[in-house]
Design a protein around this ligand. Structure first.
Ligand code: ZN
Length: 154
């Protein structure tokens, strides 16, 4: 039985361009995908494309990236909540004023569309910030839980 359990999410391989990351070992500029950015937040290391080092975010950077991703997700949900009903109402209003009663003023449906675009733009800009994030990924993370647990040096 070969059941492919591949997630259908299209965010998996989408490049995450909001931040720049570089390898703390060789200095290579990494282009993480959304999935890799989420993985870094979840403490799953990323492999450097150039030197194959296992890379992780420093804890302070991890919290910054976590906050940034969560804010984007919140604003995405907000955009759906606001813009979805807005465009449904816009379509209903356009049909209503087009077929049953005269529009309140010429170009009424055009104004609806323009306002919708402005709303989308405002929400999009609110979900982003102007700070340029540049993370240097670490090749070794101190993990207090493993202290003294494993000793491989002979
Ligand atoms: Zn590297």
């Amino acid at each position: 039985m070969n059941h492919t359990n591949q997630p259908a999410s299209d965010t998996d391989s989408t490049p995450y361009n909001d931040v720049s990351m570089s390898c703390g070992c060789c200095g290579y500029s990494l282009k993480p995908s959304y999935e890799q950015a989420f993985n870094l937040v979840k403490l799953q290391p990323l492999n450097c494309d150039q030197c194959s080092s296992q890379l992780q975010l420093a804890e302070a950077d991890r919290l910054v990236l976590d906050e940034k991703l969560q804010r984007a997700a919140r604003m995405g949900k907000l955009a759906v909540l606001i813009l979805g009903p807005y465009f449904l109402l816009g379509i209903v209003a356009s049909i209503y004023f087009g077929f049953f009663v005269p529009a309140p003023f010429p170009g009424f449906s055009g104004v609806l569309v323009v306002v919708g675009i402005i709303l989308g733009f405002v929400i999009k800009s609110a979900s982003e910030d102007d700070i340029e994030y540049s993370f240097v990924l670490l090749t070794h993370i101190e993990q207090p839980t493993t202290l003294g647990a494993v000793t491989t040096n002979n």
